[in-house]
Design a protein around this ligand. Sequence first.
Ligand code: ATP
Ligand code: MG
Length: 227
Amino acid sequence: MFQLQDVTKVYRRREQEVVAFKASSLAINQGEYVAVVGPSGSGKTTLLSILGGMLSPDRGQVLFDGQSLYELPIAERTKRRRERIGFVFQTFNLVPYLTALENVQVPLFLNGVAKADQEERAMTLLGQVGLGNRLDHKPSELSTGQQQRVALARTLANNPSVILADEPTGNLDPDSREAVLSMFDQFVREGRTIVMVTHDPAAALRANRRLTLSDGEVQEAMIRNAA
Ligand SMILES: Nc1ncnc2c1ncn2[C@@H]1O[C@H](COP(=O)(O)OP(=O)(O)OP(=O)(O)O)[C@@H](O)[C@H]1O
Ligand SMILES: [Mg+2]
């Protein structure tokens, strides 16, 4: 699904160079559930952004389903991202002035889905995450765990083949955390792919592969047998 070859991302600030991420060869296959761990500043978000087509590396090639992501015209890359990749951010990134239902409709709207179908699909998804009775609530009228579940419904709206998640359970109570992780388990059971940055050791154990980053380098790629 993803192949990185000789990829380097360097940030330059006031004469200082930070190698934010580096990988000579890294492959992530379809159906894998990958946990990305490592200390703050080790390059986890940088890796996710590169995989998601949002951050062009300085060197090297990023293949997504055999195609060189950063050699595609920007419009093509954006289209691919909208259609195939779902993002979960630690800060949810919900639109504050839209209701839960409207937030979930956004990606469908961007993909040109008809209005009635947008509403129906968004309602179904919000029902699946247990928020069928909160459709008209704005983010500020929802609890943190509920906001994360709206974000998850939005992520799933376009039926992505891969989810890129940055600390998806970061500030959730145990029940909401478990709700998110079981939806991820289900997603992987359907043969789809997840790359999840996490500081949560128990969450990392549910993945079947672990990448440990240290100063931008992939230190270890340990594969555990899937349960
Ligand atoms: N826009 C930027 N300009 C300059 N340096 C940056 C920029 N973004 C990130 N960096 C640097 O790149 C390195 C990797 O950052 P990254 O955000 O990938 O870390 P992270 O592993 O996600 O950390 P955290 O766990 O705190 O989210 C850090 O040292 C950071 O200071
Ligand atoms: Mg980060």
